[in-house]
Design a protein around this ligand. Structure first.
Ligand code: IMP
Length: 198
């Protein structure tokens, strides 16, 4: 995928590292939910690749639901405004729910979703996220199942996008500032990488 690879400054996690971690998360969830039925709620769109792999490592009864949420109006900075574009169709009252997210950055999205789903009285509500940027937090959130922590840099691949591109990269990498600048048609005065929480 040379065209997309050219826009990547460095690779943080190769496909085999991702696979090992996803397998570990699946094993932990299988152990914790032994004998239970899990309602997996995939936060679209970024988490779809991660979750597709994750459920294949979960040895428990599951059902899968989807929510489409938007907090980025394009670009690399969160708007802080979480919009529910598509809600769950299923009633989750009395159910064990795991929210599956690609990355917890400011924490605003997951915090908003937890608050919303809590009002529907699930038996339990946990969060599984492949990535976390702890340095960017604006609200405290507990990530019950976490893959990796990443630095304050904009990452793409394995489902994560920049303006809807790069989701199909099999690895997770940091974008070149030039790739971001070109798309925005401008440059940052200090020439530094565009970051999402600075
Ligand atoms: P939060 O509400 O700031 O925690 O942002 C969560 C959402 O922002 C994630 O589900 C992603 O869709 C998006 N996001 C945050 N950081 C990145 C990044 O580095 N790359 C791609 N998407 C990101």
């Amino acid at each position: 995928m040379a065209r997309l690879d050219d826009h990547i400054e460095k690779i943080l996690f190769q496909p085999d590292e991702l696979n090992v971690k996803v397998k570990e998360l699946g094993a932990q969830i299988s152990k914790d939910y032994k004998g239970k039925h899990i309602n997996i709620v995939v936060i679209l769109r970024g988490a779809f690749v991660f979750c597709a792999d994750l459920i294949r490592y979960i040895d428990a009864d599951i059902s899968v639901g989807f929510m489409v949420v938007s907090s980025y109006g394009g670009g690399t900075k969160t708007s802080g405004n979480v919009r529910i574009i598509k809600d769950l169709q299923k009633n989750i009252e009395g159910e064990d729910v795991i929210l599956v997210e690609d990355i917890v950055d400011t924490g605003l999205t997951i915090s908003h979703l937890k608050d919303l789903l809590s009002t529907r009285h699930p038996a339990s509500l946990k969060v599984c996220s492949l990535l976390s940027k702890p340095s960017c937090r604006r609200v405290d959130v507990i990530v019950d199942y976490l893959g990796f922590e990443v630095p304050d840099e904009f990452v793409v691949g394995y489902g994560l996008d920049y303006e809807q591109n790069y989701r199909q990269l099999p690895y997770i990498g940091v974008m070149k500032p030039s790739a971001i600048k070109v798309k925005h048609g401008g440059t940052k005065a200090d020439g530094s990488s565009t970051k999402d929480c600075s």
